[in-house]
Design a binder for this molecule. Structure first.
Ligand code: ZN
Length: 309
């Protein structure tokens, strides 16, 4: 994953997954799962790919995201350690990208119900195309598809002693997004709408994402939380309300830097202007990453149509 970033493929998580496979599989045998307690029997798990949240109940576990298929046994072992061997009852997918849904079939085989927005089912079922690279991701096997889906109304998931609210922002990182709110623990699992550290968020506009939707969803996360809230981002370290506010303000700067340069210009002209030079220097990105971000913001603001799910 790190190699991919330095190679300048910082634009899209799915792109990274694709490139990692193209360059040979990442060495999953070296991945270790780090477990961080969040209070109230919730834990954040970090391995390779998107962060995982687990909420341990007396009769089962609510898990958010499952990383890559080859990590299933390690993740399951970490969940068992955290939750005393209780079975995963629900596995929520925050969006369709492979570093979040790769574990679906393995956990479903263990008996978990995979839960997601209906759009996610459609995108996994039909396969997807990366907007920037054109790389295609094939439809997934049937066993990896969610079995419990929702549309406009959110869902409440319950195991004994734990309750989670699952909701869908219409067009954020993708059009398949769900975020999960655990009110008792004051934890929000954000999915890749929040991707912190030295990188830009991915706007998967080809699969229904948008920069304005990402910003407004981050505003929802800020309103939903408070100074004590723990935010589990899609990528990056566990975050506070202040971190999410700073992240929000950065996103607004990124959008406005591109937007203010766009009038009457082609995408190539805006890229040549390097409107993200200052922000890129602050984030320690490279030119390729800056250019890809300009493309994603430009296309998103121009209203480029998403691929059909
Ligand atoms: Zn993603």
């Amino acid at each position: 994953m790190k190699l991919a970033w330095t190679a300048g493929l910082a634009a899209a998580v799915s792109l990274i997954a694709v490139s990692a496979y193209a360059q040979g599989q990442p060495d999953f045998s070296k991945v270790q799962i780090k477990t961080t307690p969040l209070g109230n029997n919730l834990y954040m798990l970090e391995g390779q790919g998107g962060n995982i949240t687990v909420a341990c109940g007396q009769d089962g576990v609510i898990q958010v995201d499952g990383e890559f298929a080859p990590l299933h046994d390690k993740i399951k072992a970490a969940v068992d350690r955290a939750c005393g061997g209780k079975p995963v009852k629900y596995l929520v997918n925050t969006h369709f990208h492979g570093d979040h849904t790769g574990g679906n079939a393995g956990f479903a085989k263990d008996g978990a119900e995979v839960v997601a927005h209906r759009n996610l089912l459609l995108r996994l079922e039909h396969g997807t195309t990366n907007g920037l690279s054109g790389a295609k991701t094939a439809p997934v096997q049937k066993a990896a598809l969610p079995v419990k889906t929702y549309t406009t109304e959110g869902l409440q998931l319950m195991v004994e002693g734990q309750s989670a609210f699952v909701n869908h922002p219409a067009s954020a990182h993708t059009d398949t997004d769900s975020y999960v709110y655990f009110p008792a623990a004051n934890v929000i699992s954000t999915g890749d709408v929040v991707s912190t550290g030295n990188r830009y968020v991915t706007i998967d506009y080809a699969n229904g994402g948008s920069i304005n939707g990402i910003i407004s969803t981050v505003e929802t996360y800020l309103r939903l939380g408070n100074d004590q809230t723990k935010y589990v981002p899609g990528h990056g370290a566990l975050a506070t309300h202040a971190d999410i506010q700073a992240y929000h303000d950065l996103l607004v700067r990124v959008r406005d830097a591109v937007k203010n340069d766009m009038t009457g210009k082609t995408e190539a002209q805006v890229i040549a202007d390097k409107p993200l030079a200052q922000i890129g220097a602050q984030l320690h990105t490279n030119q390729q990453a800056d250019d890809n971000m300009v493309k994603m913001v430009y296309r998103s603001l121009k209203g480029v149509k998403a691929n059909k799910a």
